[in-house]
Ligand binder design. Sequence first.
Ligand code: SAH
Ligand code: SF4
Ligand code: F3S
Length: 439
Amino acid sequence: MAEAKKLYIKTYGCQMNVYDSERMAEALGASGYVTTDKAEDADMILLNTCHIREKAAEKVYSELGRFKPLKAARPDLKIGVAGCVAQAEGEEIMRRQPLVDLVVGPQTYHRLPAMEAAIRGGARAVDTEFPEEDKFEHLPKPPQARRGPTAFLTVQEGCDKFCAFCVVPYTRGAEVSRPAARLLSEAQDLVSRGVREITLLGQNVNAYHGAGPDGTWTLARLIRELAKIDGLARIRFTTSHPNDMEDDLIAAHGDEPKLMPYLHLPVQSGSDRILKAMNRKHTAADYLRLVERLRAARPDLLLSGDFIVGFPGETDQDFEETMDLVRAVGYGQAYSFKYSARPGTPAAERAGVPDDVARDRLHRLQALLSSQQRAAQDAMIGRNVSVLLEKQGRMPGQMVGKSEYLHAVHVTDPRARAGDIARLRIVASGPNSLSGVLI
Ligand code: SAH
Ligand code: SF4
Ligand code: F3S
């Protein structure tokens, strides 16, 4: 057998890109590639990219520039760009960076083996179609290797919401849900390989409406059926849109013990005027009511959110309304961003707020969010939590894992083993993690 070729993949952006990178590695595995974590050793380098903000997209070009000497030293090294920048810019990438051999979008990477063969023959290959066929039906079955205790599973992809600032509907395409039976069997397969926690992924995961054996299944139905799998201990899902948070899903937070009490529920702004301009199709009050209903179902639910400051037209008053909403909700975790105008989106036509104003707002918002995050973490001290131990920590003998609330928790105890769900009492809260002792 010929010596295996080496593949180096670097992943940017969201968790779905992490999932896709694994699938791309499996697809190229069928063409004789094994992965390496050293770009210098690779026969093929693949950047799985993100287009969400300008900085994310620009990073790709600077990274490609860094591969120039590698390619000069080894002309048979192949370089590919995958993901959302690939989808958005297509051939333009090859014009801007001649060392690129291959450009593949998020919906066509099942064709990577054929594309790889073409570029080995000296061609350059671009495929950014939105094909009829479902890529997941054309990917090889993953090898039966054992894996860590947590896994992602894409259940829904794409977005029809068209928020005025966002590129995702253009880079990922229309909303598509995968068939329920397929997901149940993939989940079963993950569990048979040692997985104890599955995070269901989708750009609008709670809009899931997949074909089931008895009609269309909602996300809540899918979660309830997945929960019947023996050995699967925990289920999470991300990312949700407030308008798709339906009654059965809210109820599942209260009555499905395997569904973890953590929910990422982006709101973007607390100003109705800005929410309208963003095309979010709900008000701040709608969101607050939803949070109340979720907490009625699951009082200890830890909420996480996404925020954008400096959206075109955002006044000081609008921003103060965002601060008010944050104070009203109390987030355990959050991500906040300065608005970035993205080519092709409706908001990009409008002037943004001055950069220094946006920067100042971001600072104030982040200070508030991190104080809430810290308070939520400190409030865990003295409490008993369940921690899915994932891997060795940095200190000798230390294990690290995640609590139900997605807090990172450290424990140093010879009885702690990866894959176990340990009952721990939290004894300390550090900057980014908690530590606990076995009960
Ligand atoms: N599908 C998810 C998240 C999409 S991107 C959802 O609907 O919530 C993740 C986050 O990036 C968004 O929630 C938003 O806060 C941020 N984001 C998206 N486009 C952006 C832009 N043009 N500028 C700044 N932040 C943006
Ligand atoms: Fe983007 Fe809005 Fe769709 Fe989320 S819901 S992916 S922010 S368009
Ligand atoms: Fe980025 Fe595409 Fe995900 S733009 S956030 S990698 S869907």
